[in-house]
Design a protein around this ligand. Structure first.
Ligand SMILES: [Zn+2]
Length: 101
């Protein structure tokens, strides 16, 4: 997957379009990521004990990586990620400024 945990991404589709945040979880099998504080859904939590009130919490819902763009840590622009192989090493690079990510 081209996006990893710790990356900063920009959301390009959906209700949070234009917002950016840090990837806190990568789900390669589903091609999704979880971005801190974004794509929130409200969830009702039932009281666990009698007398306790239920509450509403907000949870980050995973986003398809096709709906985000990586923000290059080098040029700070939303970019496409490329791959390059040098010797035995495979690494990602920014297609805008060509630097390693
Ligand atoms: Zn760049």
């Amino acid at each position: 997957m081209k996006i990893k945990k710790g990356d900063i991404v920009l959301i390009v589709r959906g209700k949070d379009r234009g917002k950016s945040g840090k990837v806190i979880k990568a789900l390669p099998k589903e091609n999704k990521i979880v971005v801190e504080g974004l794509n929130l859904v409200k969830k009702h939590v039932k009281p666990k004990r009698q007398g306790e009130k239920g509450k509403i919490i907000e949870l980050e819902r995973p986003i398809y990586i096709s709906n985000v763009k990586l923000i290059c840590p080098n040029c700070s622009k939303p970019t496409k990620v490329g791959y390059r192989i040098e010797g035995e090493e495979k690494f990602r690079f920014c297609k805008k400024c060509q630097s390693k990510i």
